[in-house]
Design a protein around this ligand. Sequence first.
Ligand SMILES: *Cc1c(COP(=O)(O)O)cnc(C)c1O
Length: 393
Amino acid sequence: MEMKSNPGIHTRVTHAGTCPDSEHGSVATPIYQTSTFKFQSAEEGARRISGEENGFIYSRLGNPTTATLESAISELEGGAGALATASGMAAVNLIYLTFLGSGMHIVGTDALYGSSRRIIELDYSRFGVDYDFIDTSDPELLEKTLKPNTALVYLESPANPTLKLADIRHCTELAHRAGALVAVDNTFMSPLLQRPLEFGADMVIHSLTKYINGHTDVIGGMVIFRDEQILEQARPVHVHSGGCMDPHQAWLVLRGLKTMALRVYKAQDNARQIAEFLETDGRVSRVFYPGLKSHPQYELAQSQMEGPGSMISFELNGGLEAGQKLMDRVSVATLAVSLGGYETLIQHPASMTHAAVPREERLSSGITDGLVRLAVGCEDAEDIIADLDQALR
Ligand SMILES: *Cc1c(COP(=O)(O)O)cnc(C)c1O
């Protein structure tokens, strides 16, 4: 049966990434758990290796299960193609390794995922890469920071854990005018709630570990490219640097992907209710959530995102001690880092993920002592709210 020309999002997610098995008619995509592929003849082997003929050769170069996942997510992001990687960080490094080099400059969001920033500052800098990490919610500051040698602008929106947004379209125009490519880490949103390629970005990065897999049981990553030419620049770097995804890992992510829309919308529904509860609660001084009118970039959220997502940060009146106490008293929310799973996770950046950052630096990037980060999951909203309420008490 032909799918109608403009299927709805639940239909598209359900059918994205189904690899037809002509031999047995398997409905689920088979796991091609093989490292290498047999050639029918010496001639065929020669044609495949020279690139004259399409077909699989060796699983680091490509694998049918992994390729199915790549085309599924590329389709949902509106890309020309994608490369799956062993982790979200392998995806970030694939971009860095492909597009940065000695004498080049990168501008990134200051609140970039910790490892994405650290590896530039401590490692790529050793190979002569110059960098600036700035508040990309301020396009004028971005314009001032761009240099003639800026090769890459790397945005994360919403940023973690402050949930500040970058205007992707505006930042992309400025970067392109300066001759730089733009990559956006879209992990917090999933392709359902924000599609940076539609705003002109050149690449989208996902930690598949989060919403796309959604079951807190796989690490994985992907880069989705706006056009073939940029993809083909990255492909050899991917093949030769070795950060490929395993077929079994790809199969698990495909399995998770099938329920992505159910999970993402349900968690978002919960998050809206929880954010409203927190905002009216006297024990909480501030709530950061792009779905609240009090968010300083509420208008931008409305135009750039299809929904506010399910990440919430909030500040407790009682500071560090109140934050730690809350962590020990919740029972529906699980005390753990990460996000995007079916279950609600809670963490306290000042005593946990950002404890190693000097306090002054932490405060200047908006991470106050009483800030709590909540990654809302798919439980009943009333139960999450009741749990937070008793723990706050
Ligand atoms: C988790 C995460 C990453 C890194 O992904 P891994 O799969 O853990 O390597 C990168 N960016 C964001 C926004 C993340 O949340």
